[in-house]
Design a protein around this ligand. Structure first.
Ligand code: F0G
Length: 351
């Protein structure tokens, strides 16, 4: 008879909180795990989508942010700061409101989706557009948090990872065991780090019989983990993962190697194809960066890397409404009709 209480209450015994911790929550988590029929047919596998766009601010960042803002409040912080490609800032701004704190966000100028900017604005964040990329924003945010009274809530803050690992718990709780393969888009590499930690903990405690192989996908123009070196001027239409020097670099490599997985790249064209397939054939509207996981799965299948019969989960990280430009771009303009059933029927091809 009660609703989902948010990840801290649902997984309290697995998170760094005490009985007196002042929990700041928007009841994040508990997101749908949706069977993907078309992707399952294409790969000969049992494919599920973990739909993180269903979180309160429309992305997986809320799982980490409930922990980060809760911890900041516990420590008496009055203000928080983050660097962001858009989703972290939207989430930080919303949770700061819940906590009665001020939020400051640093975003790369001209490179964040309109919906995300709107979120930060409407939640009252102090926004600085930085003349640089995400990596520059993170350097600046770190420096400010070290020298001024403001708490850093990027995923370099370890409690963010703690919160985000709960997505792996939910998947195992739902499926009854870990999947064989878990596929994720990778940007700053916090999320692949978090899922791997969650899967490891459940397996160590006997709640799963095994751990999945972790498959991560970066956008080709922003693929430092694939290249093995920092990308100085990252580019991709998937602005959420336009990152050239991921903060959790070593952890992502560890997740890849310890799980027997890989990290590969997908082109913007492949991302947009997967984006359209998800919307038009699975009924799931995600933002472009989220489609990198599915684009990667399809690429791997075409390369013969996907053995049939496996259970695969793809995380789709953010809601399509955040960046609707890509849905509208290139699509035909809807036709205008008078208030007349015969004309409408004709235009709809019904008559
Ligand atoms: N998908 C979306 C929609 C994201 O917003 C991000 C990261 C990622 C994937 C990649 O996750 O960084 O943990 O590897 N967005 C951050 C932000 C950088 O500022 O919102 P990651």
């Amino acid at each position: 008879t009660h609703q989902w209480r948010g990840i801290i209450e649902e997984y309290r015994d697995r998170l760094p909180v005490t009985d007196t911790t002042p929990v700041v929550t928007l009841r994040e988590g508990g997101t749908p795990l949706v069977p993907a029929q078309v992707l399952s047919e294409r790969t000969g596998c049992e494919v599920h989508l973990k739909v993180e766009g269903a979180n309160p601010t429309g992305s997986f960042k809320d799982r980490g942010m409930t922990m980060a803002i809760t911890r900041a409040k516990e420590e008496g912080a009055k203000a928080v700061i983050c660097a962001s490609t858009g989703n972290t800032s939207a989430s930080a701004a919303a949770y700061a409101v819940r906590a009665g704190m001020v939020s400051a966000v640093l975003v790369p100028q001209g490179k964040i989706a309109l919906g995300k900017m709107g979120q930060a604005l409407v939640h009252g964040a102090k926004i600085l557009q930085v003349d640089g990329n995400f990596d520059d924003c993170l350097t600046l945010a770190r420096s400010l948090s070290e020298n001024y009274p403001v708490a850093l809530v990027n995923s370099v803050n370890p409690v963010r990872i703690e919160g985000q690992k709960t997505a792996a718990f939910e998947i195992v709780d739902m499926l009854g065991d870990a999947p064989d393969i878990h596929v994720l888009p990778v940007g700053n590499a916090g999320n692949i780090t978090a899922y791997w930690k969650g899967y490891r903990e459940y397996a160590e405690d006997g709640l799963a019989t095994h751990r999945p192989r972790m498959w991560g996908f970066q956008a080709s123009g922003s693929a430092p983990l694939v290249r093995g070196e920092v990308v100085k001027d990252p580019s991709t239409i998937a602005t959420a993962i336009r990152i050239g020097n991921p903060a959790s670099w070593e952890y992502a490599i560890a997740a890849r190697d310890e799980s027997g997985g890989f990290i590969d790249e997908v082109t913007d064209r492949e991302i947009l194809r997967a984006y359209r397939l998800l919307a038009a054939q699975e009924g799931v509207f995600v933002e472009p960066a989220s489609a990198a996981s599915v684009a990667g799965l399809l690429k791997a299948a075409e390369q013969g890397k996907v053995d049939p019969g496996q259970r695969i989960v793809c995380t789709v990280t953010g809601n399509g409404l955040k960046d609707p430009d890509w849905a509208v771009a290139g699509a035909p303009q809807p036709v205008t009709v008078p208030v007349d059933a015969a004309t409408a029927a004709e235009r709809l091809g019904l008559a």
